[in-house]
Design a protein around this ligand. Structure first.
Ligand SMILES: NC(=O)c1ccc[n+]([C@@H]2O[C@H](COP(=O)([O-])OP(=O)(O)OC[C@H]3O[C@@H](n4cnc5c(N)ncnc54)[C@H](OP(=O)(O)O)[C@@H]3O)[C@@H](O)[C@H]2O)c1
Length: 322
């Protein structure tokens, strides 16, 4: 089968599309024929071996050559002991914690990490959601509950996770302000943002505007600065980009929250939560959430697709269709 492969850490230049044996499903595993995948910032980090702790499995070179986390496809074969799925079932998953091998014609996934794609949702649409959608859902859930009129600020709202987080907050009736560069205003508005702020032109921590909930995807400012964006009683949820930020919020977030009458926390994201995938699937099927696609590429052109994402020019998800 074809697969996107790499033998070293680096940028898209280390990638190639090559041939490898088609994997066979072991006990509890399912062989999925990949119909679509999509790229995430997490894929670029994985290529680089970031965060550095991720290199624990391969200090000098990656332990496995495979890449890719978002899978939408159909079941080709089930391994011993798998009863809940049969060949032909339409499934999706975030395989971040399961071998990172989505960019291929086939991938083996533990049955427990797969959820069913709802009827009426295409493979290409489904593929835009798992990794970034789970981060968005879990990040907002950590700051929940959102109600009609809750004022939500999403920092870093124009990337992979942000537009999905905007949509999830809008579904719950929140008033959403997205923060990113000015040239991502259109994608934030397309996702439903009520207001947008260009972080280059305005310092959100000095503007005096305050919000009930802050979801921070950019991880660009310190804890004390971000606290200034919150109303008293407000809640802040960080999707940490750096291990240091994660540790800081775990250790100091509760203390700063108590001293300032807010709640400052970070999430430990669960990559294959089937209930959360089902929730996202139901929203997609009902048309309450929609994929925002930048471009669609063939698997053979995956290296160029990675270069496009790495260039910062993508507005919406970059989809790969084998
Ligand atoms: N904590 C966990 O458990 C966990 C698990 C998986 C992934 N992650 C992390 O979660 C993040 C996922 O986010 P993503 O995929 O949406 O990343 P992304 O696509 O890079 O989006 C981040 C956005 O923030 C913008 N930005 C940069 N600096 C900013 C600033 N000072 N103020 C406001 N916005 C700014 C970026 O725009 P520019 O074009 O200007 O850079 C970009 O549009 C990644 O960092 C990943 O490492 C965390």
């Amino acid at each position: 089968m074809r697969a996107v492969l790499r033998d070293a850490y680096g940028g898209p230049e280390v990638l190639r599309v090559g041939k490898v044996p088609t994997p066979r499903p072991g006990p509890g595993e399912v062989l999925v024929r990949v119909r679509a995948s999509s790229l995430n910032t997490a894929d670029l980090d994985h290529l680089q071996g970031l965060p550095r702790i991720a290199r624990i499995e391969g200090l000098r070179r990656p332990r496995t050559p495979h890449v890719g986390v978002d899978v939408a496809g159909d079941v080709e074969e089930v391994g011993p002991g798998v009863r809940e799925l049969t060949p032909g079932d339409r499934v999706w998953a975030d395989v971040f914690a399961h071998g990172h091998a989505a960019l291929a014609d086939y991938v083996c996934v533990p049955a427990g990490a797969l959820a069913r794609i709802p009827d009426g949702v295409s493979f290409a649409d489904a593929a835009t959601i798992p990794h970034s959608g789970l981060l968005a859902l879990q990040g907002l859930r950590a700051a929940a509950p959102l109600r009609a009129g809750t004022r939500v600020l999403i920092n870093g709202a124009g990337g992979c996770v942000g537009p999905l987080a905007i949509q999830l907050a809008k579904v719950r009736g929140a008033h959403v302000t997205g923060v990113d560069t000015g040239d991502k205003a259109d994608i934030m508005r397309a996702a439903g943002a009520d207001a947008v702020i260009d972080y280059v032109a305005e310092d959100i921590t000095r503007s005096g505007k305050r919000y009930d909930v802050v979801l921070d995807i950019a991880d660009s400012r310190g804890m004390l600065a971000m606290r200034r964006c919150l109303e008293r009683g407000g809640r802040y949820s960080l999707i940490a980009r750096r291990l240091g930020s994660f540790a800081r919020y775990v250790l100091l977030g509760p203390l700063v929250g108590r001293l300032t009458g807010t709640r400052m926390g970070t999430i430990l994201w669960k990559p294959n939560d089937r209930a959360h995938l089902d929730e996202l699937g139901a929203l997609l099927a009902a048309g309450e959430m929609r994929p925002l696609v930048d471009s669609t590429w063939a698997l053979d052109d995956a290296v160029a697709a990675f270069e496009h994402l790495a260039s910062g020019r993508a507005r919406g998800k970059v989809v790969i269709v084998p």
